[in-house]
Design a protein around this ligand. Structure first.
Ligand SMILES: *[C@@H]1O[C@H](CO)[C@@H](O)[C@H](O)[C@H]1NC(C)=O
Ligand SMILES: *[C@@H]1O[C@H](CO)[C@@H](O)[C@H](O)[C@H]1NC(C)=O
Ligand SMILES: CC(=O)N[C@H]1CO[C@H](CO)[C@@H](O)[C@@H]1O
Ligand SMILES: [Ca+2]
Ligand SMILES: [Ca+2]
Length: 580
């Protein structure tokens, strides 16, 4: 009797040991991919006008393939007068002429398809360009399009002079309101003057944006990254007697009164309606995916509190973005951070995210100083080890694979409105985003192989004759080669399905462990210019010897070297991947 009972039980137990239903489930294409961000003006110029373009990107897709990325996210390529370099869109349904034609774009999608690379576009839903047909029609008094934007009466000050409706500030300094004679009212622009905010309380705007999403997804685009999404909705002014209320001061003493950071944005950011809008967009993504069988990816760009960021994943039954960007490795840490700071920054997203969702790792973009500049060139491999081997989606801003640094852009050459609007030839540097947008460095030819033009739209960074893709391809050891090896390693099941644990071994050395089905890898990164000896047996089940699988460029170790995990020597800024 007893034996009869035990036998089936034994069977269940032995099964349970080998099978975990969450393991080895089929992953969607995006769950294990590397998303490579291309800033189109700066990647490759095919026609010699000094500005990168779509044909240029198509001609360089092999590079994307070679580094192991599975998706390319393009910063905006839509028709634009370029007051904010494409983030001010005049026609959401057309390609900007400096970038090429719709045919060029279709060719890009086709070529990418052959290489099994997905194309993701940048959706900029918060505003249009002031040169859009919609805004132009609004200025002519066309009622339909007037309601596409956010208008408000000015107020008279004590001297009888007309002033903006309230104290709201633009992200790029100064009032967020601009008067238009034609309408006799002010319009809202949370970003530059040339970017009037769309009015999401108007159902026509909501439908228009969904049609824009459908239009591009139907062209085979694999998804969107959604720009500045938390600024979509302003508070409903009817709740405030028909007038938009002032925002309270932030109390920050390190910023002046023209700065966006001087106010608490309680009425212009993170409004509840914004999340619901994102969930509706997700339905549109899924609707198209159902039609053609290609799962679509939505990534949202939000700099907000971790709890607000998490709401983009969805709520209850509603699904939202699969990938709300995790900016913690940009905003919370830098070269001066301790290993404990790094651990906390990494664990923040993993701790707050819903258990069935993926993490993602971002260390740079076209708005932030380049990763190699922020962390220092010696840490490039170590940081790429984090981005590519932590659990979740890896995001690489073009150039991180070779450790591209910020370029120097003089006041005369500065074009970014965030820099120009300071009117300050000294301090513009703190605000300008041009340094992280300088042209990509392909080789040691003229303009780093980016363009044959005599003058490129931004100057090529100094030092390109040494720091470029070709040099790193031909050199025995380089950031590029480490990156490629990491991208390969990332394909292993242990990095796709494996568990994760981390320890700050001392103030400088951060380490994490990934393990799966009896395989264990350890990644060790020394944040500092110091020699160390660390004890990896602080990790559970880590004893004995481990072999070096990969190491940073300046590492004195060799692949295959074996070390006692209880006393691993670590060189200055060294990054090491070991296998137990
Ligand atoms: C759009 O705004 C810019 C300022 O950003 C201004 O120079 C330009 O004249 C405006 N264009 C139109 C059509 O209103
Ligand atoms: C916004 O949504 C949250 C979560 O659903 C809710 O707790 C909160 O009360 C809402 N806020 C407003 C102003 O409606
Ligand atoms: C990271 C990013 O794409 N930021 C963008 C946010 O939106 C403004 C206005 O569209 C752009 O200027 C930024 O580049
Ligand atoms: Ca060009
Ligand atoms: Ca808005």
């Amino acid at each position: 009797m007893r034996a009869v009972l035990l036998l089936p039980l034994f069977g269940v137990l032995s099964c349970a040991k080998n099978i975990n239903v969450r393991d080895e489930r089929e992953l969607e294409w995006w769950e294990s991919t590397i998303v490579y961000q291309i800033y189109p003006r700066s990647f490759a110029d095919s026609d010699g006008d000094g500005i990168g373009d779509i044909k240029g990107i198509t001609s360089k897709l092999e590079h994307v393939k070679e580094i192991g990325a599975g998706a390319v996210w393009l910063s905006p390529i839509f028709q634009s007068p370029m007051y904010d370099f494409g983030y001010d869109i005049a026609d959401f349904y057309a390609i900007h002429d400096e970038f090429g034609t719709m045919e060029d774009f279709e060719e890009l999608v086709a070529k990418a398809g052959e290489l099994d690379i997905k194309i993701l576009l940048d959706l900029v839903p918060n505003h249009t360009s002031n040169e859009s047909m919609w805004f132009q029609e609004a200025l002519k008094g066309n009622e339909k399009y007037l309601n596409y934007f956010v208008w408000e009466d000015g107020v008279l000050d004590e001297n009888g002079v007309m002033q903006p409706p309230n104290n709201w500030l633009s992200h790029f300094r100064g009032s967020a309101w601009e008067f238009r004679e034609e309408v006799g009212k002010y319009y809202l622009h949370q970003f530059v003057v040339g970017q009037p905010d769309l009015n999401y309380h108007n159902p026509d705007v909501v439908e228009e944006m969904k049609n824009i999403i459908r239009f591009w997804l139907n062209k085979g685009v694999a998804g969107f990254r959604v720009d500045a999404v938390n600024c979509l909705f302003e508070v409903d002014k009817e709740l405030f007697g028909g007038k938009y209320p002032d925002e309270p001061p932030s109390g920050r003493t390190d910023v002046d009164s023209g700065s966006h950071d001087s106010l608490q944005h309680i009425y212009t950011k993170d409004q509840n309606e914004t999340y619901y809008m994102v969930y509706e967009w997700r339905d549109v993504f899924d609707e198209i995916s159902k039609q053609d069988g290609l799962p679509r990816l939505m990534m949202t760009e939000v700099y907000a509190s971790i709890k607000d960021v998490m709401r983009y994943f969805g709520e209850g039954e509603r699904e939202g973005a699969q990938m709300p960007f995790n900016f913690d490795l940009i905003t919370d840490v830098d070269a001066s951070s301790s290993a404990a700071d790094i651990k906390r920054a990494i664990e923040k997203f993993l701790t707050y995210k819903p258990v069935d969702k993926n993490g993602n790792w971002v260390v740079g973009n076209h708005d932030k100083s380049r990763m190699a500049t922020r962390y220092g060139t010696a840490l490039v491999d170590g940081i790429n080890m984090l981005v590519l081997l932590l659990p979740g989606v890896a995001v690489t801003y073009m150039g991180e694979e070779i450790g591209l640094v910020d370029g120097y852009v003089s006041w005369e050459d500065t074009v970014d409105p965030s820099g120009c609007n300071t009117n300050d030839p000294v301090n513009y540097v703190k605000y300008s985003r041009d340094p992280e947008r300088t042209p990509f460095q392909w080789n040691s030819d003229k303009n780093a192989g980016f363009s044959t033009a005599d003058k490129t739209w931004l100057p090529v960074a100094e030092g390109y004759t040494k720091l470029n893709v070709e040099a790193q391809k031909t050199s025995a050891r380089s950031n590029l080669k480490v990156y490629q090896a990491l991208a390969n390693l990332r394909q292993e099941k242990v990095f796709r399905y494996g568990r994760y644990e981390s320890i700050a071994l001392n103030t400088d050395v951060f380490a994490f462990k990934r393990w799966y089905n009896g395989e264990t890898y350890l990644v060790v990164v020394n944040m500092r210019d110091s020699e160390q000896e660390v004890d990896l047996t602080y990790f559970e089940n880590v004893i004995g010897k481990a072999a070096v699988v990969l190491r940073s460029v300046q590492s004195p170790k060799n692949e295959g070297d074996v070390f006692d995990v209880a006393s691993l020597p670590v060189a200055a800024f060294e990054g090491i991947v070991l296998k137990l």
